[in-house]
Structure formats: structure tokens, C-alpha cells
Design a protein around this ligand. Sequence first.
Ligand code: FES
Length: 213
Amino acid sequence: MPSDTAGSWTPVALSADLPLATVIPAWTPAGSIALWRSQSGRASASSDRCPHRGMRLSHGFVRGEALSCIYHGWSYSPAGGCVRIPAHPDLVPPETIRVAVQRVEESDGIVWVAVGEPALPPPRLGHLVPIRSLTLNADIAAIEAAAGGKVDADGLIRVADCPWMRLLPTAQTGCTLIYVLVEQDRNVADRITASRIAEAVRRRAETRQKDAA
Ligand code: FES
């Protein structure tokens, strides 16, 4: 995971998996988050807990430029301030009603969320593009062994069977999320091949993990 002394960046979703006006659950080492995209296209991240009664905000909905809680409809801006309380439509919500938010950067088709205050931007993938993500019931060591490569300084694993693809892993609670990346000039057939290789890596890694338990 790309990091510096002040913080780190976690890849939390493919940009394509976060359409306009949607919210999804995601995870960073600091905990669960609600990841959402406004109607105008801005990606934002907040704690996955509504300050009112604790409902998960990832179960909520997006309307315009605000994220609303499914329980009583309190709505929050990308900066975390409460902007509307439906039961009191004439009330301007006090500034003290806030949800914690995280910095979000989107680049090369991946949404990154900051843990802490990283001084550097998220890494660029250069000539690589993401094609899909996969969840593996295996740790990063088992994935490295299954792929035949180690995590490098950019956080990427080279796959021994396929020199033009990489895996970008991020550890989660009890599993690992990987993003499958290929060189950007690869055609559809190559992308399908890379996807199948990633699935084979998953099977091998999960078998290793199971055997080691
Ligand atoms: S719990 Fe979220 S608005 Fe009530």
C-alpha cells in the first residue's frame, strides 16, 4: 500500500464500479467507509456510521450532491456537514452535526482513499489499466506465492505466467481485494486471458491458504 510518514492511500474501488448518484460500502485500514459519487460525478468517502443513530451510511442513497441516511434521511455534504434534517425542514442543521470524511483521489480508473494525511498523491499506474477486481480468501503472502511474484515498490505483483499484467492487492479483514491490471494497448482477448489468469491465481492462493491453516 503506497505510504509515507504521514499516511497512506488505499485503492477502494474501480471508478467504473461507482456510477453517478450511488453509494457503496468499502474498507480502509482505518475502518469501514461509505464511498459515494454525486450526481455531478464527484467521488467522496465518509465514515460508514450516521451521527444520528448509527445507521450505516453505505445503506443510504445519493440525491444531487449529498449522501442521505436511509433511516431518518439526514443528508451530508462531501465535506461531512449535515445539510438537511427532513423532520425539521426549516432548520439549518448546526455545524456540530458532522460525519468524518476522508480524502479521495481518482486516477487511472481507480478510486483511492487516504488514511491519515499522506504528503504524496496516490501512485500513477503509467501504462497499466484496471480491468476488474476480485476478492480472495487468502493473504498477500499466499497470493505472491500463487502468482510467482512479490509486491514491488509500487505495491504491484508481477504475474509469472503473464508479463503484461499486474495485480494490485489491498489487505482487508479476513481477505484480500486485488485489482487486475493490464498494459493499456492489450486487446479484448488479452483482457479475458488476464481475467482468467487472475481467477487461477485466486484458486491457487486460496488452496495454499487452506492447506496452511
Ligand atoms: S440514523 Fe441516520 S438519520 Fe437517523
